[in-house]
Write a protein that binds this ligand. Structure first.
Ligand code: FE2
Length: 264
């Protein structure tokens, strides 16, 4: 028997939230899913951060949420992340910030540990080593009784994400990359039974530049004095991976891309 876990990549604004809310109930049935984890760091209407409303909408169909570099950017985000136990923000942020770097939930008799770390290469924030933070959090989750562990590596550099995959191979069941919003074609099982992908891809408006209005983004690159990027509206794509874990030896045996589109 296998445990089947769906991980959905960065949800962008209202279009992304709608795609998750619409597709997840069907995907749970179709794919016989045991659990669903979603990266919600761009789910706020602004595309930056999470709000009580966007987090609650995602958790109405998902089991657990991960975040990233925009964790505290939306109004009310700090309070929400600080009080919602089904959310993990990067474990390698400076000490004392609200929220937790990892958490656990139960699904079909399995304790699923979820850990979020943020990369340091080509990223603005000065965070501590994601490698060290992951080591500590994995040990904590194991001590707390996690049967399987999923790590969301929220990072810009493909090299840093691949390195973290190898660093954690054989110690966790899945290492999934987020943040760059464009899916990569490298789903595979690393030695020791760890499912890996460099970037799951985003869940948000298709006709966009990484989920933001394409005209705004183009204007920015063309030097047209654009000062803000709006979240793109319109038909949304959902990008995810389904990971199968052998519930006997607790090794991942399969990772496969899932794609759905939604006309809104
Ligand atoms: Fe991000």
């Amino acid at each position: 028997m296998t445990f089947r876990l769906l991980f959905i990549g960065d949800v962008m604004g209202a279009a992304g939230c709608a795609a998750v809310r619409t597709h997840v109930p069907d995907l749970r049935r179709e794919l016989n899913l045991d659990a669903v984890v979603v990266n919600g760091e761009n789910s706020a209407p602004s595309g930056r951060g999470i709000t009580h409303e966007s987090g609650s909408e995602l958790l109405s169909v998902a089991d657990f949420l991960t975040l990233g570099n925009h964790t505290f950017d939306a109004v009310g985000g700090r309070e929400y992340v600080g009080r919602e136990p089904r959310v993990a923000r990067p474990a390698n942020l400076e000490a004392g910030l609200p929220g937790q770097g990892s958490g656990m939930f139960e699904a079909n008799g399995m304790c699923v540990g979820v850990l979020n770390v943020q990369g340091r290469v080509f990223m603005k924030q000065d965070v501590r080593s994601p490698f060290e933070a992951a080591d500590e959090a994995v040990a904590d989750l194991e001590a707390a009784g996690a049967d399987l562990i999923l790590v969301d590596v929220h990072a810009e550099a493909t090299s840093e994400k691949q390195a973290l995959g190898y660093h954690l191979a054989g110690r966790v069941q899945a290492v999934v990359g987020t943040h760059t919003h464009v899916p990569t074609a490298d789903t595979r099982i690393l030695s020791g039974g760890t499912a890996y992908v460099t970037d799951v891809g985003m869940t948000g408006s298709r006709e966009s530049v990484i989920g933001f209005d394409k005209e705004d983004f183009l204007g920015l690159f063309l030097g047209k004095g654009i000062s803000r990027l709006g979240v793109s509206k319109g038909p949304a794509d959902l990008n995810a991976v389904v990971i199968e874990v052998d519930d006997g030896n607790h090794q991942a045996v399969r990772i496969e891309r899932i794609y759905r589109s939604l006309a809104v």
